[in-house]
Design a protein around this ligand. Sequence first.
Ligand SMILES: Nc1ncnc2c1ncn2[C@@H]1O[C@H](COP(=O)(O)OP(=O)(O)OP(=O)(O)O)[C@@H](O)[C@H]1O
Ligand SMILES: [Mg+2]
Length: 329
Amino acid sequence: MGKLLKVNNLSIKFSQKRQDSVTILRDIEISLNPGKTLCVVGESGCGKTTLGRVLAGLLPYSSGTYHFLESEVSEMKGKDKIDFRKNVQLIHQNPYESLNPTSMVFDIIANPIRKHKGIKNTTKLYAEVTRLLENVGLTPVTDFVDKYPSHLSGGQRQRVSIARVLAMDPKFIVVDEATSMIDTSLRISLLKTLKDIQERTNISYFFITHDLALGRYFARDQEMMVMYLGKVIEKGNTEDFIHNPLHPYSKAILSAAAGNSGLLDEPSEFENYQLGGTEIPSFKNIPSGCPLHPRCPQKIEGLCEKLVPKLIEKSDGHSVACHLHDEQK
Ligand SMILES: Nc1ncnc2c1ncn2[C@@H]1O[C@H](COP(=O)(O)OP(=O)(O)OP(=O)(O)O)[C@@H](O)[C@H]1O
Ligand SMILES: [Mg+2]
């Protein structure tokens, strides 16, 4: 089967009034097949949401290419554009904002079905709404159809917003910190629902999270990538990445996460791996060479501050952008 999406050399600049433009995403390369998940991690402000919004077609990119089902997204017109908008959806952090407070659950889900599938008959609509609510675990459905968002808990609202997104029959969903406002106990259950939907429908996910343990759970046997200051610095199979991180930044975030989440099964060499300094460089002042070099404990003097490392594949599907791993496999 062909690629679902392919991004090459993509960058995004924001121009700010009375200030120079800032480049937020740089040289992004992504490819994703149908039915697969790519999880992205990285500290706050590194560009995860910006990338998610680009992939969801909500933000234009400044350079590079983005092909969805072989068509260049920035050139899509007419029916192709309508299909793209239907096929690509985003579930974001705050289900309070994404649901219309004055609509009942039935209408919240029935409206996109009316619009995209042209179903007008109420019996058929009810059957379809029922199927979608059951899909996201809101049962018995009769307890939910006539409720307003304010009657529901945060977890239930997020399930309604997922059902609404699924009403479009999308092929690809950007899931941006979608469980961060939900109680820990319900988080796994919601993610399991999304994974079950993937098994049934072959949907693909771009899963954005701060939480490495959650990312590991959601992207098990799939792919994980790490961003730092708008660049992808490591990418690989999730378990390979968790057990054998190559980039100093990846080692540091895994080390920080290992202590509090039981993320790693056994102690490892990078358990106490820490970056130097506390100041996170800003996009307005991106360090020369490797952007991590001012904080990197393994910096190679005379090289890392001068030359930007390329993302190089070290073993099957496991790539890293770091001068410590410069030679090709
Ligand atoms: N419209 C915009 N104009 C200018 N700068 C922006 C715009 N949108 C985002 N940014 C900047 O882009 C950078 C990346 O932001 P983004 O929200 O993508 O990060 P993130 O990795 O999702 O962070 P978090 O983990 O906190 O959600 C930030 O420095 C942010 O201020
Ligand atoms: Mg974000």
